[in-house]
Write a protein that binds this ligand. Sequence first.
Ligand SMILES: O=c1ccn([C@H]2C[C@H](O)[C@@H](COP(=O)(O)OP(=O)(O)OP(=O)(O)O)O2)c(=O)[nH]1
Length: 144
Amino acid sequence: MQKIRIKYFHDDMEKLTYIDGKSDWIDLRAAEDVEMKAGEFKLVPLGIAMELPKGYEAHVVPRSSTYKNFGIIQTNHMGVIDESYCGDNDQWFFPAYALRDTKIGKGDRICQFRIMEHQPAILFEETDSLDHEDRGGIGSTGRR
Ligand SMILES: O=c1ccn([C@H]2C[C@H](O)[C@@H](COP(=O)(O)OP(=O)(O)OP(=O)(O)O)O2)c(=O)[nH]1
């Protein structure tokens, strides 16, 4: 088991739970009641900060049911939490765009995250030709 040091910003928040065997993505909750009008953007606080393991980052995505339940989408599509984002005030946020008037309750599970190892260090080596056949662009393999 990998240990992660976590700070909760509110005493009455439900603690994160890792449900072994079902999914290794961990649900995150809104840390306050949020009301949004259609077309509004808001950074919804998630009420936690973490010290990620060395060599890891975290990826945050919406739950599949988030749009159905709340009518919001995540504006960055996938949030990347850097390893260096580990200060006492580095609270995680969910950037939300509302497509309808909506209410999110404190404690509602709106997104999920997992940790991922960093990619290897990369050195770009410039060339005039990559010496491979073109694959063909977006949609080039057709619809069926
Ligand atoms: O959905 C997200 C995405 C990011 N973050 C936090 C963690 C991350 O480490 C930090 C910066 O994110 P990123 O580098 O993606 O944002 P940026 O727009 O490039 O800002 P910065 O100038 O701070 O790098 O913001 C969140 O809380 N939620």
